[in-house]
Design a protein around this ligand. Sequence first.
Ligand SMILES: Cc1cc2nc3c(=O)[nH]c(=O)nc-3n(C[C@H](O)[C@H](O)[C@H](O)COP(=O)(O)OP(=O)(O)OC[C@H]3O[C@@H](n4cnc5c(N)ncnc54)[C@H](O)[C@@H]3O)c2cc1C
Length: 352
Amino acid sequence: MELQRRVNLKPYNTLSLNVEAAYFVAINCLDDLRQARKFCHDKCCPWLLIGGGSNLVLTQDFEGLVMLMAMDQVFWPVEKEKQSISKTFSVNAQAGYEWDLLVAESVARGASGLENLSLIPGQVGAAPIQNIGAYGVELKHCLELVQVFNFDTGDTFELAAKDCEFGYRDSVFKRNRSWIVTQVQFSLTYGNQPQVSYGIIADTIMSLSGELAANASPQQVRDAVIHIRRSKLPDPKKVPNVGSFFKNPIVSDSQKQKLAQQWPGLVAYAIDGKGHKLAAGWLIDQLGWKGFKQGDVGVHEHQALVLVCSGVATGKDVLDLAQTIKVDVAKKFGVTLEVEPRLFDNRGEFYL
Ligand SMILES: Cc1cc2nc3c(=O)[nH]c(=O)nc-3n(C[C@H](O)[C@H](O)[C@H](O)COP(=O)(O)OP(=O)(O)OC[C@H]3O[C@@H](n4cnc5c(N)ncnc54)[C@H](O)[C@@H]3O)c2cc1C
């Protein structure tokens, strides 16, 4: 384990926030995690694990150890085994493997399962934390098993999908902060019907390839998703952002009815007997925030759910704007927005 002191974290978070870690280490294997645990224990210092840094807001210099997940092996079934597998097979990827690379490689093999989750930034290990989702698919649909290192106890264990308590942008990992995901096993399929229930995907497949969505290959679905995402979302390498800043709020059926009467055009999706999910971006857009700019932060011009910053903004600037939007939405719609990225100060996580 090669420990460094006073490392700038700007390259390690997609908001480009200019904060420092008192101690910093790349985690290349389980033994590095064990040594890092001992270091934090001996020094009595806090710790923070970073993957791709695309879902966090760092508001202050971190006083403890920042660990960069760098375990990046992937284990595809060998050709011989693959031939004997008729339809479904498993692939294992370590936590530090780049998420979109795994998607690209699965699609290149003609396997389906991950293609709707194309181009989501970050690492494999972070994907189960908030059960990443996009275009009608969530990670839980293809995850089999997660390997975990408990940073509190030093134990390792496996968790089956059914024990991960997956929900909308939620999982058991959000309630067990010392559980570090070290490897994930996915179940992929050959010859599966693509998931194209999102109308925009079917339309985009047709316009890009002239193919009916029902006949589309995983590659065609991936191409469509990439096309849509590139046209709607800013590239964090050019415009610092963390994707959607707020979760889509869930309201009761009666609250949804009331809002729909007041606000014709309200965008809402029924969630099997559990109320309605409102499109947070639509709510924010109605209040005129899209394209708003204030100093070094703002709201993206094409997507009201995405806060952007200039590269010199502070985490506090970003959170001040988020808080102002949150208050505005609560005042006008009576709906509470919840922040999606994870927020950290000098010693650990906090909530807005
Ligand atoms: C342009 C853009 C588009 C996005 N689109 C989507 C989208 O469509 N759907 C979606 O769901 N998300 C989306 N996101 C959010 C983000 O990409 C995902 O949440 C992603 O999984 C975060 O991965 P990461 O490696 O960057 O995590 P990080 O930001 O590094 O970490 C996020 C949190 O997870 C924890 N963590 C990271 N790795 C591990 C691990 N191995 N074990 C335990 N905890 C860990 C961190 O401590 C932190 O609390 C988008 C972000 C951007 C910038």
